[in-house]
Design a protein around this ligand. Structure first.
Ligand code: FES
Length: 161
């Protein structure tokens, strides 16, 4: 009986290549070190080498459907990789601008009570054309053109020149 058990063990060892204990530990440590190194290096590389397809957005997007915004309200929409702000004034006019504050890049919002664009980070305010009127923002927000076509509201970048 003992002979057949030994034979079975011997047969199993013969089928698989034994890994020495020391080699196994070295392999484990090496793999752990490699994984740790990749975990540190990868984010640094991604920071210094931005993706080739940086999405700067098209020149025009559909920001909302007609009737989606009530009078005296605003909506944040996606313009490429950045937020934009579409405002419908109390008179029914549309205004659109970048929603990225020119101070430290917080996302601004429309304040119906003030009828202004407001940045909650440091209490900066802009008028409905995006001009900075109080607080720390140093420059106006980038203003966009608005066009209503059919039942969609298109927002587009203004052409230079
Ligand atoms: S980030 Fe907007 S006021 Fe500072």
């Amino acid at each position: 009986m003992a002979t057949s058990d030994r034979g079975a063990v011997g047969a199993n060892c013969a089928l698989s290549t034994p890994i020495p204990r020391r080699g196994f530990v070295e392999l484990l440590l090496g793999g752990g070190f490699l994984a740790t190194a990749i975990a540190f290096i990868y984010p640094v590389l991604r920071y210094f080498v931005p993706p080739k397809t940086a999405d700067l957005g098209g020149d025009s997007v559909v920001a909302a459907k007609v009737g989606e915004l009530q009078l005296n309200s605003g909506k944040i929409f996606r313009f490429g990789s950045r937020p934009g702000l579409l405002i419908r004034t109390a008179n029914g006019e549309y205004h659109a601008m970048s929603a990225v504050c020119t101070h430290l890049s917080c996302t601004v919002q429309y304040r119906p009570d003030l009828r202004e664009v407001w940045c909650a980070c440091h209490n900066g305010t802009y008028n409905l054309d995006g001009r900075n009127i109080s607080g720390p923002p140093p420059r106006p927000l980038e203003a966009y053109d608005v066009q209503v076509r059919g039942d969609e509201i298109f927002v587009s970048r203004r052409r230079e020149g």
